[in-house]
Each structure stands twice: as structure tokens, then as C-alpha cells.
Ligand binder design. Structure first.
Ligand SMILES: [Zn+2]
Length: 329
């Protein structure tokens, strides 16, 4: 694959926000929502919503409704219908069948413990690099548990609008990734590629914890004959220990009653300091101002920022540049 320059934005911008309903919206997700919304609106584009609940065992059914209510309460206005991944399993199945027919995926019999016994090579996404055990076929007497994407042993490159040039050799850095899991669930990597194309998304703005998934997703787009969007990976909010905010790290929920003061904190975080007279104004007034000043070029090219360090974002003094374990989004 040739290096892909992802800096020139399309004529009609279509962006999206894709939360996973694992709990209420927290400040970390709010930052991703604000960044993707402002970039879409500042380009006169569309902003779509998608509920990424394909990873069913982790999901909280009522959380999706709560997230939508919270976004509406903060004054976000989305375009079109909300796409819900758990209602789209037939689409993921069709994509997997195409990959099977083309020989781009293969059955894998390995359990987690067998992989752990075969390799100690850490993967960029926090797991282990798949050692390729089943790449040339299942061993005698072994039954398929999962289906894996055959990723290339080749450096893939792209230009991220925030993080700059990114290079990854998917085979060496991650290994062949699972698209259909042993528990019968489709993997996020497959669903996100199918859905971005289905929604016509051509500009992805999301948290940097997904930066290391991007090369794989671009390869998958190519194999499925789908277009590749531009990418902008925002720094993620980390706690004092440097961990991404999530339900697991006890991130506090945000509520619309926090109003524009909370939106202002998200803007500060994204390199757009908010004048004091705009903190606490009605959200409609806040958005009018925010859309008029938004520029992706002002977002700090950092992987993680601890909000206690907000005053220092400008010089990057306490930003985190190391790996952030992956989530969805
Ligand atoms: Zn295997």
C-alpha cells in the first residue's frame, strides 16, 4: 500500500461520534464528542451518531438512551438516524463472507492461553502479537474458534490531522486481528469499517487510543473496496495515573446541568482556551462562538492529557506520549 495522505478534507464533510454504551457519558467521551462536532460544523458538514454496542457482553442497555439524552441536553444536534451496531449484524456477516471468499480471513483455533504460551511479544494495542499459529491452516484435530484478518507484513503510513505522520507494520506490531470472535461477536475493527462506509463518513475525529487501530482499519477498507476517510486523533483525558478515563477508572458522569461551563473545559482541553465571559452562557451561545473559532491545528499533538495540567497544555509540559490502551469510539 502506498502512503496515503489524509490531510485534504472532502468537499462535503461527514463526521460522526460513536460512543460505546458501557455507562453514562463521562468527560473523556464529551471531549471526543465536542472535537468531532465542532470540526464537522466548522466545515459546514454533517455530524452523525452511532451506538457502538457490537461488543455485547460489556454493554449496558439503558446507557445508550442516557448518552443520547445527555448529548441533546448539552445542545449537540445530530443529522439523520442514530445507527445502532447490534441491529446491523447481517451487514458485518456479509462483509466477513466477502473476506472469506477472497481469502483475506482464516479460521483460528487458538485460545487466549495458547497464544500466551506461544509468544511474549507485546502488541501496540496492549495485548500480544498473534504468533500466526493458524495462518497456514488449522492443525490436525483443531476446530475453528474465531476468524482472523490476514494483515500485511508491510509498513502502512498515513498522515493524521492531529498526530502527524503515523507508520505501522500491522503484522509485526499487532498480528492478524480477530474479526469474528470465539463467542460469536463481530469485532469492533470490522464493525467500524463497515459502518463508517455505510454512513458515508469521510472525516473521522476520535480519541488517540484508536490511533493504533487505524492502519488495520485502512487495510480492511481496501480489502472491502471501501473509501478511506481522513483521520484526526484527539488526545485523550487521562487520570493522575496516566490511565484513559473510562468506567473502569471511575470516570464521573457529566450531566447537561453542568451546561456550557463543562463544554468550556472540553474546549480548553482541546487547545481552545475559553474566555471567562463565555463560561456558563446558554449552550446555544456557547456553540455559536465555539464553531466560529474551532481549528484542528490548535489541538495539541499529544496522546493523553491529565486535566489537572490544563494550564500547561500550551507547552505540552505534562502530556503523555506513550501508549494508551485501546477502547472503542
Ligand atoms: Zn490460531
Amino acid at each position: 500500500m502506498n502512503p496515503v495522505s489524509s490531510l485534504s478534507l472532502p468537499a462535503r464533510y461527514r463526521g460522526r461520534f460513536a460512543p460505546s454504551p458501557t455507562g453514562p457519558l463521562h468527560f473523556g467521551s464529551l471531549v471526543a464528542a465536542v472535537g468531532s462536532y465542532l470540526d464537522a460544523r466548522a466545515h459546514g458538514g454533517d455530524w452523525l451518531l452511532r451506538i457502538e454496542d457490537v461488543d455485547a457482553p460489556r454493554m449496558v442497555p439503558v446507557a445508550a438512551d442516557g448518552i443520547l439524552r445527555t448529548l441533546a441536553g448539552f445542545g449537540f444536534e445530530w443529522d439523520g438516524e442514530v445507527l445502532v451496531q447490534s441491529r446491523r449484524l447481517d451487514r458485518y456477516h456479509a462483509a466477513l463472507v466477502r473476506l472469506q471468499v477472497d481469502g483475506d480471513v482464516y479460521p483460528c483455533a487458538c485460545s487466549r492461553s495458547e497464544i500466551a504460551a506461544a509468544t511474549r511479544q507485546p502488541s501496540v494495542d496492549g495485548g500480544l502479537v498473534y504468533p500466526g499459529t493458524c495462518r497456514a491452516g488449522l492443525a490436525d484435530g483443531k476446530a475453528a474458534r474465531a476468524w482472523r484478518l490476514r494483515v500485511p507484513d508491510q509498513t502502512l503510513s498515513f498522515v493524521d490531522r492531529v498526530q502527524g505522520e503515523v507508520h505501522q507494520n500491522p503484522l509485526r506490531d499487532v498480528g492478524d486481528c480477530v474479526l469474528l470472535r470465539a463467542d460469536g461477536q463481530y469485532a469492533y475493527q470490522l464493525a467500524v469499517v463497515v459502518d463508517d462506509a455505510a454512513q458515508g463518513v469521510n472525516a473521522v475525529v476520535r480519541g488517540v487510543d484508536l490511533l493504533d487501530s487505524t492502519a488495520r482499519q485502512m487495510f480492511l477498507q481496501q480489502r472491502l473496496g471501501l473509501p478511506t476517510p481522513t483521520y484526526a486523533h484527539l488526545p485523550v483525558v487521562v487520570n493522575a495515573a496516566g490511565e484513559k478515563l473510562s468506567k473502569q477508572t471511575q470516570a464521573a458522569a457529566v450531566t447537561p446541568s453542568d451546561g456550557s461551563a463543562r463544554l468550556a473545559l472540553a474546549m480548553d482541553f482541546l487547545g481552545h482556551p475559553v474566555p471567562s465571559e463565555l463560561r456558563g452562557v446558554p449552550v446555544a451561545d456557547f456553540w455559536r462562538w465555539a464553531i466560529s473559532v474551532w481549528s484542528m491545528s490548535r489541538v495539541p499533538a499529544l496522546r493523553g492529557v491529565f486535566p489537572g495540567d490544563l494550564a500547561e497544555i500550551g507547552n505540552g509540559a505534562r502530556g503523555v506520549s506513550g501508549a494508551i490502551p485501546a477502547g472503542n469510539g
